[in-house]
Design a protein around this ligand. Structure first.
Ligand SMILES: [Zn+2]
Length: 212
């Protein structure tokens, strides 16, 4: 699997033959990150089959939004972090982009896309009132804003995993609101939805980040 890179910096990794783990020279033992894939139904279905975390599908999609890619971690075993990207018309910007990451603690993929050095939010996060809410698998899900260099970054917990919702440009954060529903594409009842979803060209941001 020569294309696997560090989930936190996209740098090259030492393969597990020697130590049993994927190792980044900077970040130590990390999740190996696969190349980003276009959001074709068969790619989404493959990722959903091999994922230990939710594959968050915006359903219904906001009007005129498209799926623009999916990217997962995991060597030979299941992925512990999955990112799904969406692009659509912004309120003020011509184009806005949303990347939703589900991950197990320590994966660091969401933080890396947000441009943050630490893999997980601090424990003080939920001491403040939440900043917005979305719906995940039918549950109201509070999200807290985290300062990030170039996007509106929100993080919370859904289905027992971290969920990161990152929006570019920063002032298009309004796409995250009470009526945005995410469903887990791993669930059998949602897999028929993967066919016929509106998809766009692979997101360069999803493909090129995290840049470390
Ligand atoms: Zn790294």
């Amino acid at each position: 699997m020569p294309d696997l890179v560090c989930a936190r910096c996209a740098g090259p990794l030492q393969t597990p033959e020697l130590t049993g783990d994927w190792q980044c020279p900077t970040h130590g033992v990390v999740e190996p990150l696969h190349a980003a894939l276009p959001a074709d139904p068969h790619h989404l279905a493959d990722v959903a089959r091999s994922s230990a975390v939710p594959v968050w599908l915006a359903w219904p999609l906001p009007p005129d939004w498209t799926l623009t890619g999916v990217r997962r971690t995991g060597g030979t075993g299941p992925g512990h972090a999955v990112a799904v990207s969406y692009t659509g018309p912004g309120v003020t910007a011509r184009l806005a982009e949303l990347i939703v990451v589900a991950e197990e603690p320590g994966s660091g993929l969401g933080a890396a896309y947000a441009g943050l050095p630490d893999p997980d939010p601090g424990p003080e996060l939920t001491h403040a009132p939440y900043d917005t809410r979305i719906v995940t698998s039918g549950q109201r899900t509070p999200l807290w804003s985290v300062p990030a260099p170039d996007c509106a970054a929100y993080v919370g917990e859904a289905a027992g995993r971290w969920i990161w919702a990152l929006v570019w440009p920063m002032d298009e954060f309004m796409v995250l609101h009470d009526d945005l529903h995410l469903v887990d594409a791993r669930r059998p009842e949602h897999q028929p939805r993967l066919e016929g979803l509106p998809t766009g060209a692979l997101s360069p941001r999803l493909a090129q980040r995290p840049v470390g």
